[in-house]
Design a protein around this ligand. Sequence first.
Ligand code: NAD
Length: 382
Amino acid sequence: MKVGVAKETAPGERRVALVPEVLGKLTAAGLDVLVERGAGAGAAIPDEAFADAGATIVSTVDLYGQSDVVLRVQKPSESEVSVLHPGQTVVGLLQPLLDPPLMQSLAKAGVTAISLDAIPRTLSRAQTMDALSSQANVGGYKAVLIAANAYPRYFPLLTTAAGTAKPANVLILGIGVAGLQAIGTAKRLGAVVHAYDVRPETREQAESLGAKFVKLKTQIDATGAGGYARELTAEERAAQQAELNEAIGGMDVVITTAQVPGRKPPVLVTAAAVEKMKPGSIIVDMAASALGGNCELSKVGETVDTPNGVTIIAPENLPTSMPAGASAFYARNISSLLLGMVKDGSLNLDFEDEVTRATVITRDGHVVSEPVAKLLKPGGAA
Ligand code: NAD
């Protein structure tokens, strides 16, 4: 079976789905690896490094013409879908719930689509395949570096002959995978770290990394299914907001990571809260997307300077800003998923397997993922 590694074409995307260090695992399983010329360039991996690890470097036409399975990071564009052919398989972070029509196009093209963002994350066997976690980890780290870079003072306590610098007070909102990495990174830079989440179990996790958990007088337990948070009710939101506004006002840096699956990210930092922040304060909104962000004033992909001197940064795709590190983790995730589906050198999809059932989105001309098929029914996208 030929496994092709595509060159990413999404604007600004510098990651690559496979790295030479992981390639040997695929060849050891009897797979031939083709790499599209220049696929690793954005992640500082030259074609020769892939060739030395046993890959064949091919043109775009040959990659799509010859591969049985195409590995990628982001979903294919409509024009890339048009060059895929029946019987081919594409594996990546396809975002099937955000773009069901693309899944329908892949089904119509006779392509089997397998999406890494659909793995059951609480299954311990699937942890090595959890690309959402590996990439959120990169994001949490980079968000702190961006904040520290933009902050006009020191993060650590510093005593020098020229005076003493107070440590920065950093608040992390949302203590999932990205939030935990952000706490660790901000601590290592010497900041005083505070953290808050609506899932009470996160308190111990935050404290174990040295953060002070922000305890609100209003008790909210928004633990949802699968370890995720549920959406808050209007009353809970109002109570949370009033208390959070007070906490935010005293912070120098706020990093937000809060998400609710399938919903718009909750607004945790309102325009009124931003107004109460000191000049020179920084907000990095990791949750910002076209759907909105955790900060009411965020503009995705942009930096906003408010009249009271607060800088709000809403980066679009943080993992791609550390392409080599992010690709190395991603390559382990995608190869682990693929190898779990390979038997005697060929793809063998066993729908008795929980990971296969969850991640295969299209097959034999149909959208077979129930949640995606539901969204494609008339009225399903509501
Ligand atoms: P996420 O990106 O969906 O959300 C980030 C955080 O935002 C979550 O901790 C969530 O509780 C929080 N949040 C949502 N609404 C909020 C609000 N109104 N106010 C404050 N915080 C709010 O989360 P994630 O990083 O993908 O992780 C979600 C869960 O999955 C976690 O419990 C994590 O431990 C779990 N997980 C488990 C495994 C595993 O078991 N192998 C692997 C990965 C993640």
